[in-house]
Design a protein around this ligand. Sequence first.
Ligand SMILES: NC(=O)c1ccc[n+]([C@@H]2O[C@H](COP(=O)([O-])OP(=O)(O)OC[C@H]3O[C@@H](n4cnc5c(N)ncnc54)[C@H](O)[C@@H]3O)[C@@H](O)[C@H]2O)c1
Length: 258
Amino acid sequence: MTGRLDGKIAVVTGAGSGIGRAAATLFAREGAAAVAVVDLAEAAARETAAAIEAAGGTARAISADISDPGQVEAVFDAVLRDFGTVDVLYNNAGVNSAGSVTDATDDDWERAFAVNARGTFLCSRAVARTMTAAGHGSIINQGSVAALVGVANFASYCASKGAVVALTRSMAIDLSPHGVRVNVICPGTVYTPLMEPMLTARGGGDLARGLAMTTVKYPIGRLGTPEEIAAVALFLASDDSSFMTGSVIAADGGMTAG
Ligand SMILES: NC(=O)c1ccc[n+]([C@@H]2O[C@H](COP(=O)([O-])OP(=O)(O)OC[C@H]3O[C@@H](n4cnc5c(N)ncnc54)[C@H](O)[C@@H]3O)[C@@H](O)[C@H]2O)c1
């Protein structure tokens, strides 16, 4: 442990699984005074919080749908009541949405935007007042390579992650004068529960085939791990990235390099 988040209060959304769970546990290991583990899936949130506490950290599991304004207000009211402030917000929760422009449904579009774009906006708005009053804070948004290059049969997802990138830049300009930095990570494919159905579909029902078809797109020769994306989030959460705001960071094994 290097204590890069010593004493900080962090909120990680979608922290019951995948990248969010890896980030929440890493933030705690790096000295965060408390980590709020927010997830739609209550049992999953509790599992992450229990793992943090078992390792000697402090965590609070909060079950909420980040696309719902009332639930988001309740989350941050509870965090402020229990911990007094929020220094770091990692807007990680997100959903996939398959379908091209010709076959995606209205619901596919609405769900992608509700969680990925509106959820990021709602959580950011909920902490912005606290962070600007404190004069410091780091908001980390979760984009995707799908915001940087087109991905076949993922129209709604690509558009919603593009919105997250645009929102990041806008928030960075508005909040930087108040000491609050806002950056976005654009991960390439990371092997998590979110990706299994997509990889299986890509492989025509064969997960191994879908994995192989995806890996060839990555010059580094493999997919990413949740821990590798969590490490980027830690960098952005900490003062190591103190001159960075509005940055769009591809963490993608070179996928968007060529
Ligand atoms: N895995 C990848 O390849 C990849 C690539 C690029 C971007 N991303 C993005 O990274 C983020 C995390 O992805 P992951 O692969 O770890 O996914 P995951 O499915 O393993 O975890 C996502 C978590 O978010 C939670 N969640 C979903 N909707 C929610 C809501 N409305 N409110 C609260 N919680 C909600 C889920 O319950 C789940 O625990 C997402 O934003 C995803 O779009 C993932």
